[in-house]
Design a protein around this ligand. Structure first.
Ligand SMILES: [Zn+2]
Ligand SMILES: [Zn+2]
Length: 346
């Protein structure tokens, strides 16, 4: 039992991240977080990576501060493995308006897809606009950039953005595993729509998020809106395919959507793909599509589908060269026959 108390003992805030609280305690007592551990006889490690270590740190903190509320604070270091990809561990983003009101890190800010403050509707930021320095805990506690001293303001000219995903996360997130499960599901469904809005490209999205949060917030917001509208999604996907018409083979254009084509039953977006191929609205060209890919999207057995196509599509229509492929228009025209032949195969 320690009889010393820290001289400065700020109280934990309910929506504060655990790391923020530890950093804040250390900051106001002019020490480093690691120095706080020296008060304990036990050998402690910060940040804790196991429940036991965490319990010892909590005991220490409650002895040093007389508050026990820090045990309720959300700690990303102890998030179950399956939810780790939801979070940024080193990259920090903040709402300057929130900080202006109360200077501590909100737990929700570490969620990668939480990019627009639900309270202020302004995109979060990670870097100082004046000098480009990345925000630190110190800058948050001092309400100013620790590079150039420019102060955070309660008002800004930043354009407000309505992002349904950030709003959703704000509504659902309470630090519990079940909330993280819900958020994971939502983000997974969103991925193909983000890719579609980003013209089929995915590799640059992560750097966009880290380099230009406002740009990413807009991309995410439009993707979320598209996700709610099946007709518009089909239209957008048709446009996307039309833009790839000269690639002749759709399989290539669909490459960016492999997550969906390899697990169609897990994605709502698979229905957008099916509808786009069957309805053929707009100038989506007449690309050839491989039997394999069709089998994946429709979740059919590839060899049975091959037989069904060969049985129901006239010989002169079938593409004879190369891998098994069929022109999209032929697939659409013979779709019902193909489906019938497929079910006849039992
Ligand atoms: Zn805010
Ligand atoms: Zn600065």
């Amino acid at each position: 039992m320690i009889d010393q108390k820290l001289l400065c003992r700020p109280t934990p805030e309910v929506d504060e991240s655990f790391q923020s609280y530890v950093e804040r305690l250390a900051f106001y007592n002019h020490v480093k977080p690691q120095d706080l551990l020296l008060f304990s006889q036990a050998k402690l490690k910060y940040p804790a990576t196991s429940r036991e270590q965490k319990l010892s740190i909590l005991t220490l903190l409650s002895e040093l501060t007389e508050y026990s509320e820090s045990e309720d604070l959300f700690d990303i270091r102890l998030v179950p493995k399956e939810y780790k990809t939801l979070f940024d561990f080193d990259f920090k983003k903040v709402c300057q308006k929130c900080l202006y009101d109360r200077a501590y890190f909100r737990d929700i800010w570490s969620l990668k897809n939480y990019v627009v403050c639900a309270e202020h509707r302004t995109p979060l930021s990670s870097h100082c606009l004046s000098c480009g320095k990345m925000f630190s805990f110190e800058s948050a506690f001092l309400k100013k950039c620790d590079g150039c001293n420019s102060h955070f303001r309660g008002t800004s000219n930043a354009q407000s953005v309505y992002d349904p995903i950030s709003e959703y996360i704000f509504k659902v997130f309470d630090g519990s595993d079940s909330a993280l499960k819900e958020i994971t599901k939502k983000i997974k469904q969103l991925q193909p729509y983000i890719r579609l809005i980003n013209n089929g490209r995915f590799e640059n999205i992560e750097s966009l998020r880290k380099g230009n949060l406002t740009g990413f917030a807009r991309l995410q917001a439009s993707s979320a809106e598209l996700m709610l509208d099946n007709d518009k999604s089909v239209e957008a996907f048709s446009k996307y395919l039309a833009s790839k018409v000269n690639k002749n083979e759709w399989s290539k254009a669909l490459n960016g959507f492999r997550d969906v084509t390899s697990n169609p039953s897990e994605y709502e977006f698979a229905d957008v793909m099916k509808r786009t191929i069957l309805e053929r609205t707009g100038d989506i060209g007449d690309g050839a599509i491989s039997y394999d890919l069709l089998a994946k999207i429709w979740k059919l057995d590839a060899s049975k589908l091959t037989l069904a196509i060969q049985e129901s599509v006239p010989d002169e229509v079938l593409i004879k060269t190369g891998r098994h492929k069929i022109r999209c228009s032929d697939f659409t025209n013979y779709w019902e026959h193909i489906l019938a032949a497929y079910s006849d195969l039992g």
